[in-house]
Write a protein that binds this ligand. Structure first.
Ligand SMILES: C[S@@+](CC[C@H](N)C(=O)[O-])C[C@H]1O[C@@H](n2cnc3c(N)ncnc32)[C@H](O)[C@@H]1O
Length: 252
């Protein structure tokens, strides 16, 4: 997973936030920043990507009706953006077998980490896979653009890459230009969960959502709410004594 924390140094907090959210904020770049892998893949990882991932990959031709991407009927579809090692994705899929969960991640080591928890060595091409889980191994923003209006009931963004330098603010997933795009695919009453330990991103989330018409934004919790499985990044951040914030935004 993205063991890296892209960017470092000057916090956005050293400049007025409105500098970034106002006229000077550039639109999000089409390309994604960050490394696709952290080291050469081992033979098991190569097998997981070649044999297991295609069995779980979200079929893009189903994007206009994402429920149809799951072999069994599902009552709702949820999307996780940047699942890292997949701890939260797998826990949610197991806890909610009646929900179709799409996990998106571009970091190959992260995808392998999730897949390796699902299939034993030797079972890459044959082991039974959860029918309510599908993976999108590309930029989550591309999938969001393909999904129909009001097609998701939950969206998870847990410990996103913070891009703390002000000049990199445009790379953050929470971006004033992306908020309406996410809002479009969430049905009324749907939840957008966001967690971060990064003080710059915490201030950024507060700023971006202070002035938008799409979501109700209750104050964030300082400990992880019920029904919200932990991730590897959260564990690392908590161990380092960093302050964590957890938002549950509600689509109006
Ligand atoms: C800091 S890691 C956190 C991983 C995980 N959510 C956790 O809490 O452990 C952020 C992850 O988001 C992924 N990511 C960033 N932008 C993404 C995008 N637009 N679509 C899919 N994945 C993305 C990165 O590859 C990285 O693995």
């Amino acid at each position: 997973m993205g063991a890296h924390r892209p960017g470092s140094g000057t916090a956005l907090g050293t400049a007025p936030l409105s500098e970034a959210t106002g006229r000077r904020l550039k639109p999000p770049p089409e390309r994604l920043y960050g490394r696709p892998r952290s080291h050469a893949l081992r033979p098991r990882q190569v097998k997981l990507l070649a044999e297991t991932l295609p069995r779980l990959r979200f079929d893009v031709t189903r994007a206009s009706d994402p429920r149809a991407a799951f072999p069994a009927p599902v009552r709702a579809v949820w999307l996780e953006v940047g699942f890292g090692g997949g701890e939260h994705t797998l826990a949610q899929a197991a806890a909610h077998p009646d929900v179709g969960l799409i996990g998106s991640e571009v970091f190959e080591n992260g995808i392998c980490s999730l897949l390796s928890r699902l299939v034993p060595e030797g079972g890459e091409a044959t082991a039974k896979l959860p029918g309510n889980l599908r993976l999108w191994d590309r930029d989550a923003r591309a999938l969001i653009r393909l999904l129909p209006d009001a097609s998701l009931e939950k969206l998870f963004l847990l410990f996103p890459d913070p891009w703390p330098k002000a000049r990199h603010a445009k790379r953050r997933f929470v971006h004033p230009a992306l908020v309406p795009e996410v809002a479009r695919v969430l049905r009324s009453g749907a939840e957008w969960r966001i967690a971060t330990d990064d003080p710059t991103y915490q201030a950024w989330v507060a700023e971006v959502f202070a002035d938008q018409p799409f979501f109700d934004v209750p104050p964030p919790a300082t400990s992880r709410p019920e029904g919200w499985p932990a991730t590897r990044y959260e564990a690392k951040a908590a161990q380092a004594g960093r302050k964590l914030l957890f938002w549950c935004l509600c689509r109006r």
